[in-house]
Design a protein around this ligand. Structure first.
Ligand code: HSE
Length: 430
């Protein structure tokens, strides 16, 4: 029998208990042994009344679980960073294997956690930390282990994908769509972590760290959120040029130079990622031998996250039961691998640019002159018939250009008196 202790019993924890009970027979066959929930710890044990567990298994004191020598696997499902980090490290120092769903802790303390795991010969599983029910961690770590990963591109946040879908399909404003997302229950407690791209960048940090074999810290990922996006640009990019806007996480390895970014990105409406709507997530991986693979599914919500947590428990329990747990590390982690990050200024992309300008002779030549002098080449241009108050939107697409050159050019253009409001620039993924 394998004993587990669960710390944090909100929506995900309750679903973990539900799965372990409902599928106990098939789970026993998969592990070779029974899984016994020995402790359930939550700061508010009154809400655990609904789960019908013997009272002596419930506690609000995490140290009861951490200090219990019979616990084989500690399952950490609380939010935040510092307290869960402490719980994970303390449990490992007492020889326990860990399952966690905590992306923030992993994105920040990857080095500490995985160097301790190596030293102590322990396993830390974390499938639920990225895209909940989608088995992307297993896929990168095992299914695609033969490959050098060239790129990972993902829609990793359900809340922002839901908002952008509603803005695209139903013409909602950003605020209307955000309210609806919050009501639907998949936004973070603090939705600014979804909106500003932090949640996505934490998940990308984890995926990149698996793919490259060393930590790519979350803070080093260039990040922009979606709060400044207007439905106007979503509509124009779609109607005039056939692009759909998504908050894309991307990591690319080009000749051992790594680009890691999270920002709103236009993609062709034919691209498989363009069809990923509402709260769904998808991850598109390019392996040098496997080629392109896309995983799609529910990236948020209690049941989907619990599915990933229980899969981790099953793999771990099986390893413990057969005496192989920790004999080899779960992920490949080598502090000496150098990750050479491309600064954002050097990253190349095609761009959608929207100017609001006076409608008079010479405007286009001034703008295109500045772009040309900064090595930005225009590939398409569109201006609607005269607009209200004689200010007009001018839409341009560019060929590939360096981000640094685009920024320099737009700074100069925005200082021209003919330019009537801040120019909008969106990257386009090829
Ligand atoms: N708030 C996240 C999302 C779910 O909207 O995808 C958990 O990571």
């Amino acid at each position: 029998m394998i004993n587990i202790g669960l710390i944090g019993c909100g929506n995900v924890g309750l679903n973990v208990i539900k799965i372990l009970k409902k599928h106990s027979v098939s789970i026993r066959k998969k592990c070779g042994c029974n899984i016994n929930i020995k402790w359930i710890c939550d700061k508010d044990i009154s809400r655990l009344k609904q789960i019908n567990m013997p009272h002596q298994k419930l506690t609000s004191d995490p140290s009861k679980v951490i200090l219990d020598p019979s616990i084989d696997i500690l399952v950490e499902l609380i939010g935040g960073e510092e307290i869960p980090k402490k719980i994970i490290l303390e449990a490992m120092n007492r020889g326990k294997h860990v399952v966690t769903a905590n992306k923030a802790v992993l994105a920040k303390y990857w080095d500490e956690i995985f160097s301790l795991a190596l030293r102590k010969k322990l396993l830390v599983y974390f499938e639920a930390a990225v895209a909940a029910g989608i088995p992307i961690v297993q896929s990168l770590n095992e299914g695609l282990a033969a490959n050098k990963i060239q790129s990972i591109t993902g829609i990793l946040n359900g809340t922002t994908n839901f908002i952008l879908t509603k803005m695209t399909d139903e013409n909602m404003t950003f605020n209307e769509a955000l309210k609806l997302a919050q009501k639907s229950g998949f936004a973070e407690t603090d939705p600014s972590l979804d909106i500003d791209g932090s949640d996505t960048a934490q998940k990308l940090s984890i995926l990149a760290s698996i793919a490259f074999g060393n930590h790519l810290p979350f803070e080093k990922i260039y990040r922009e959120g979606i709060s400044q996006i207007s439905s106007f640009d979503i509509k124009y990019a779609k109607d005039e040029f056939g692009y759909i806007l998504k908050l894309l996480a991307s990591v690319r390895n080009e000749n051992n130079k790594i680009s890691a970014t999270v920002y709103p990105t236009l993609i062709s409406k034919e691209h498989p990622l363009a069809t990923v709507e509402n709260e769904y997530n998808a991850i598109y991986v390019d392996g040098d031998f496997a080629g392109d693979i896309m995983l799609y599914g529910k990236g948020a919500g209690g049941p989907a996250a619990a599915s990933a947590v229980v899969s981790d428990i099953i793999y771990l329990a099986r390893n413990i039961f057969y005496g192989t747990a920790g004999k080899s590390p779960y992920i490949s982690y080598d502090r000496n691998i150098k990750i050479n990050l491309n600064p954002i200024e050097k990253i190349e992309s095609e761009y959608y640019i929207r100017f609001i300008t006076a409608d008079r002779p010479g405007v286009l030549s001034k703008i295109s002159g500045i772009l040309g002098r900064n090595n930005v080449s225009i590939s398409a241009c569109f201006q609607e018939a005269r607009y209200k108050k004689r200010a007009v939107p001018i839409l341009m697409l560019t060929h590939k250009a360096k981000e640094g050159n685009i920024k320099k050019a737009i700074n100069l253009i925005d200082k021209l008196p003919i330019v009537k409001s801040k120019t909008v620039v969106l990257r386009i993924m090829e």
